[in-house]
Design a binder for this molecule. Structure first.
Ligand code: ADP
Ligand code: MG
Length: 675
């Protein structure tokens, strides 16, 4: 048995609850240890029974004089025990827990948490927590008692017992991996003591220091893992240096053939990429840019350079819709340059052989059967949707090809530095010229009907030229049946009521690819005026005449996500609009959503998200998984900074610190498999 042992194999107590544990994301014993309390009940001061005050939660200790079930007229059962602590007797009561008379017997010593209240005319002590203290104990009713995230069938009490037993009996499994010198200098306690203090602290200060150590560990390991990835990347066998100078003229004439001039950001990225591509060490660059900032064009220029050098490129996108769209874009730009472009998705293959210059597709590209003659450049769209594993599978299709990763997820600098510092960064932080800011309004519930009337009017007055998206609530991280149902019923309702007279379409992730494509085609051809969709539209559909975006239950999205959704409109040069609907009237929600009206920078909104909600929504609910972090909070800038400094201090001696190295390597594995 070790910390990676699945809980279901850790004995009967666990096996019986393994389903419930899964609901709390507890799969291994390590996960159990990392199920940290989110607060503590302060049961440090027990009171004498004679000093109990009516209505105030208190802790008492006493001996049982008698205990019995009492059947009441209203068909519930009351458990009544008489307890004394020498100062006075008190009647303690439970409701409908008949088994209690089997657990508690006269003569037992009890710890009790509850409240003295009148029951009829008599003050009785209504029990909230109890435990038998005959042989020590006190886990649940003395000191600072940890309170955990619970689920049906798993109470804090159950979790507390399991974690306590585990810590008591398995000290040897929790081995220190930080060098002693490091621990001493940072005033941290050992790993084992930190876990213990985090779950069962003697003081809140002790709990905080222990929690800091565990958070620090994660940040430190993330830093070290990234540093290691970087140095491995640099050490790996020679890549493919492209000759850029030789093809300078052809490359720039391609750029000037584009129907627009590059933005400053695009030009800078182009330079940085050119510079990388000439080197022996393969490029490993992250191209981060707001929605619509023109990342695809930059990738196309790089792929064109690969082609001029006699190499193939591959572009992998997370969804079929996106892949198809990229395929079409690249055809428009690059076919005139004489390039051959292929599409590979789960459902479609345009080419059988290797005779193409670019292969665009979904993860279907990774298949063993797909070979490249000379792969020189790998482009990955929306990095965080793919694992490290998929990256390396693509890499193996060539001899150390260059890598360009694109993301529209505005990752705040703090996170970038901690988790992705193995990548070089190019930023596109301006939107192409001539494009207007998307006017955004937070629409109160009372104005919802007016909102629809306005949308209808806009579309009709444009002579059915303008189009709208309506995005239905984000219910689940993945596309679930609930999400689909919500979109469907909204679609039907709107078609019959508020948007009667317009042609509506429906798009959701559970539709077959063919159906999805059909709907999108109709939308592009304006046979559909309003597209009701689940948040699948998030990742990027290019409909230039879509000028209105309505987002339902906007409070369920993070600001960065809202910004990405909003970016689906405003792609042409017409004024576009975004209407945020919410039923939530709480001030926090209103203030947060109001930022959307004034801020139009994805980066700024992502930073705000981080400040307001801890970044949990940046990547949907999986952000923690992607970053491999369970404990650390990126808002704790001080700790992030400390971890960075210590990582730089420790890195040179990493190979001698065997335990630490092992840990860093296991973190790398976690990144591969975020779930
Ligand atoms: P992203 O992938 O970053 O969201 P795209 O590359 O899809 O953005 O570009 C969005 C749209 O803007 C596309 O229609 C593209 O042709 C256009 N575009 C890209 N660069 C420019 C530019 N410099 N000026 C004007 N339009 C541009
Ligand atoms: Mg894109």
């Amino acid at each position: 048995m070790d910390l990676q042992t699945p809980v279901k194999d850790a004995g009967l107590v666990f096996r019986l609850k393994s389903q419930a544990l899964t609901r709390l994301n507890i799969f291994t014993l390590e996960d159990l240890l990392f199920h940290l309390p989110f607060r503590y009940e302060d049961y440090t001061n027990a009171v004498a029974i004679k000093d109990l005050k009516i209505g105030k939660q208190s802790v008492i200790k006493g001996t049982v004089i008698d205990i019995k079930n009492e059947f009441t007229r209203k068909s519930f059962v009351l458990q009544k025990a008489t307890i004394t602590d020498g100062t006075r007797e008190v009647i303690c009561t439970w409701f409908n827990q008949t088994y209690i008379t089997k657990i508690i017997h006269p003569g037992d010593s009890l710890g009790l948490v509850g409240k003295l209240d009148f029951f009829g005319k008599k003050p009785t002590f209504q029990v909230k927590e109890y435990e038998v203290l005959n042989n020590g104990g006190g886990l649940h009713t003395t000191g600072f008692v940890p309170i955990y995230n619970e689920t049906k069938g798993l109470s804090s009490k159950w979790i507390r017992n399991r974690i306590y037993d585990f810590l008591k009996n398995n000290k040897n499994l929790i081995t220190e991996f930080l060098p002693l010198e490091e621990l001493t200098r940072l005033h941290f306690t050992s790993l084992y003591d930190s876990f213990f203090s985090c779950h069962f602290p003697k003081s809140l200060d002790e709990a905080r220091i222990a929690h800091d150590r565990l958070a620090f560990d994660e940040l430190l390991l993330a830093h070290l893992a990234a540093m290691k990835r970087r140095s491995e990347w640099e050490k790996q066998n020679k890549g493919i240096p492209f000759d850029v100078e030789k093809f300078e003229i052809q490359s720039s004439s391609f750029v000037s053939s584009l129907p627009f001039t590059l933005t400053e950001g695009q030009q800078k990225a182009y330079l940085e990429i050119k510079n990388d591509l000439q080197k022996e060490t393969p490029m490993n660059r992250l191209l981060e840019g707001d929605v619509g900032s023109g990342k695809t064009v930059v990738a196309a220029i790089a792929m064109h350079l690969a082609y001029l050098n006699g190499y193939q490129s591959v572009l992998m996108a997370p969804t079929e819709i996106l892949a198809t769209q990229h395929f079409k874009t690249l055809e428009t730009f690059l076919k005139p340059m004489g390039m051959e472009i292929a599409l590979f998705t789960g459902n479609k293959k345009t080419h059988k052989n290797e005779k193409f210059d670019i292969a665009v597709g979904t993860h279907a590209l990774i298949q063993k059967s797909l070979d490249f003659e000379k792969l020189g450049l790998v482009v990955i769209d929306e990095q965080q949707r793919f694992g490290v594993e998929q990256r390396s599978l693509l890499r193996e299709k060539g001899k150390n090809p260059h890598f360009l990763t694109m993301t529209a997820t505005p990752i705040p600098r703090t996170i970038l530095l901690a988790v992705y510092k193995d990548l070089d960064l190019s930023l596109l932080n301006e939107v192409p010229m001539g494009r207007k800011e998307i006017k955004t309004w937070l629409v109160p519930n009372s104005k919802r009907a007016d909102g629809y009337i306005w949308v209808k009017k806009q579309i009709i007055e444009s002579k059915y030229h303008d189009q709208a998206f309506i995005v239905c609530p984000f219910i689940d991280e993945s596309e679930s049946m609930d999400t689909v149902k919500a979109a469907k019923s909204e679609f039907e309702r709107l078609q019959k009521e508020d948007l009667k007279g317009l042609k509506l379409g429906l798009l959701h992730g559970k539709m077959k690819t063919k159906e999805k494509e059909e709907v999108l085609k109709e939308f592009k051809e304006k046979k559909i005026h309003v597209l009701v969709a689940t948040p699948v539209v998030e990742v990027g559909i290019d409909i230039p005449d879509a000028t209105i975006m309505i987002i339902e239950a906007a409070e369920r999205f993070g600001l960065a996500q809202l910004h990405q959704l909003r970016g689906r409109v405003g792609r042409g040069d017409k004024q576009s609009y975004c209407l945020l609907f919410t039923e939530s009237q709480t001030e926090i929600v209103q203030t947060r959503l109001k930022y959307m009206e004034t801020s139009h920078s994805g980066f700024e909104l992502a930073e705000l998200d981080l400040k307001l909600r801890g970044g949990g929504d940046l990547f949907g609910t999986r952000q923690h998984g992607v970053a491999g972090l369970k404990v650390a909070d990126f808002r704790n800038f001080e700790l992030v900074e400390k971890a960075k400094i210590e990582a730089e201090h420790l890195y040179p001696q990493l190979s001698q610190e065997k335990k630490l190295l092992q840990k860093v390597e296991s973190i790398t594995l976690k990144l591969i498999n975020p779930d």
